[in-house]
Write a protein that binds this ligand. Structure first.
Ligand SMILES: Nc1ncnc2c1ncn2[C@@H]1O[C@H](COP(=O)(O)OP(=O)(O)O)[C@@H](O)[C@H]1O
Ligand SMILES: N[C@@H](CCC(=O)OP(=O)(O)O)C(=O)O
Length: 373
């Protein structure tokens, strides 16, 4: 039995191509690489796979087009570079796909598009419709309008959200390394490739390091992306994009790169949406009993299990639930503001009416609005 038969069975793929691969050492877009990737996607589709491509490279392409000496640091400079570079990027893909008779579509997504549930569902509908039309969506972050606080910043996270949106079977993160090593191979020549691991294995956090000068997130964001993707049951493979025929080989189940196995059952669509919201408005500290109940029995969080509150959140905001050492356990949408939570924490739900003067929900966070981290 092929241990990677789960991968080989995948029909719906999200392929993410990082800046580190696409940008010719900072000398603009590597057109040859784009042609090679597109040829491989065409071959994948011939085998009956659906593919969404998440491609970085806009900033890097814009930097060269504008004649800048290096990747800028100021947000507006980055956004200007992205605006110039995105059209160069998408034009390159358009030309390359056309040579294979494939229609491509540009899809730019921002953080707002996943926070609002109606926009989230809309993005899902559009991507699914594009796939129904046999189009290859080419997705990037909508860099020109985002502010620093709401940027994904790295396209690994964006690719995972896209995988959630379309319920992808598998996510392929192509980069300049052959996969995840047990240490950053740039600084440790003895680093060993991890061939397969459970995506939730805690020791992976020790191994994953930051990115290079061209890319953004390194292996840290790739690991986080794989965990986010696992929420829709999506398998992740991290592999070297310069390897000949890498897409056909990985998707065929060959033992290449790092397979981060997503073992558990997929979350519900609502919980996937909740997990995709990146920004919390505050946090609550739980006592040991509440930590156990959340982790082990998937129940709601009641005010009685809360010991502390920080931040200025309102009803309906996303709040992080932490243990006494500050480790995040879960996230969820609260039924009470920070001020109200301070008043009712530590009390049984039956006392809420007396304390606040009105009868609200018995839970601080209902289990349907709660995701474990
Ligand atoms: N444990 C690790 N294994 C492999 N690469 C690592 C590791 N830790 C950090 N890295 C770095 O992550 C980089 C890839 O991420 P990044 O630069 O963000 O590329 P991309 O643009 O493809 O997302 C590699 O060049 C490598 O130096
Ligand atoms: N949206 C940006 C991509 C950000 C980025 O560099 O991502 P990555 O290469 O995945 O670390 C761009 O197109 O330049």
């Amino acid at each position: 039995m092929n241990p990677r038969e789960d991968i080989a069975a995948g029909r719906r793929w999200v392929v993410k191509v990082g800046s580190a691969l696409l940008t010719n050492d900072g000398r603009g877009l590597d057109e040859q690489m784009i042609a090679t990737l597109v040829e491989q996607i065409a071959a994948l589709r011939e085998r009956g796979c659906e593919v969404v491509l998440v491609s970085s490279g806009a900033v890097a392409a814009g930097v060269v087009r504008l004649g800048l000496a290096a990747r800028p640091h100021l947000l507006h400079d980055l956004q200007a570079a992205a605006a110039v570079g995105q059209s160069v990027l998408v034009q390159s893909y358009e030309n390359a796909f056309k040579r294979h008779g494939i229609i491509a579509a540009q899809v730019l997504l921002g953080h707002d598009d996943v926070i609002a549930r109606d926009r989230y569902l809309n993005a899902r509908g559009t991507l699914n419709t594009l796939l129904d039309f046999s189009v290859v969506p080419v997705v990037n972050e909508n860099d020109t309008v985002v502010t620093d606080e709401i940027r994904f910043g790295d396209n690994d996270t964006l690719a995972a959200l896209v995988a959630n949106l379309i319920d992808a079977d598998a996510l392929l993160l192509l980069t300049d390394q052959s996969g995840l090593y047990d240490a950053d191979p740039r600084s440790n020549p003895h680093a060993q490739l991890v061939e397969v691991a459970d995506v939730h294995a805690p020791e992976l956090d020790e191994m994953a390091g930051e990115g290079g000068s061209l890319g953004r997130g390194g292996m840290v964001t790739k690991l986080r992306a794989a965990r986010l993707a696992a929420r829709s049951g999506t398998q992740t493979v991290i592999a070297g994009g310069r390897l000949p025929d890498v897409m056909a080989r990985v998707t065929g189940g060959e033992n290449l790169g790092t397979w981060l196995r997503s073992g558990r059952r997929p979350d519900t669509a609502r919980k996937q949406w909740l997990a995709s919201m990146l920004q919390v408005q505050g946090s609550v500290e739980l006592d040991a009993g509440a930590v156990r109940v959340l982790r082990e029995s998937g129940r709601s969080l009641l005010p009685v299990g809360v010991r502390g509150v920080s931040g200025a959140f309102h009803r309906g905001d996303l709040v992080s639930c932490r243990d006494s050492e500050g480790r995040e356990i879960a996230r969820g949408l609260v039924n009470y503001s920070a001020a109200e939570t301070r008043e009712v924490m530590g009390s049984p739900s039956s006392a809420i009416e007396n304390i606040l003067g009105y009868a609200g929900d018995p839970e601080l966070i209902h289990r349907d609005n709660l995701v474990l981290v």
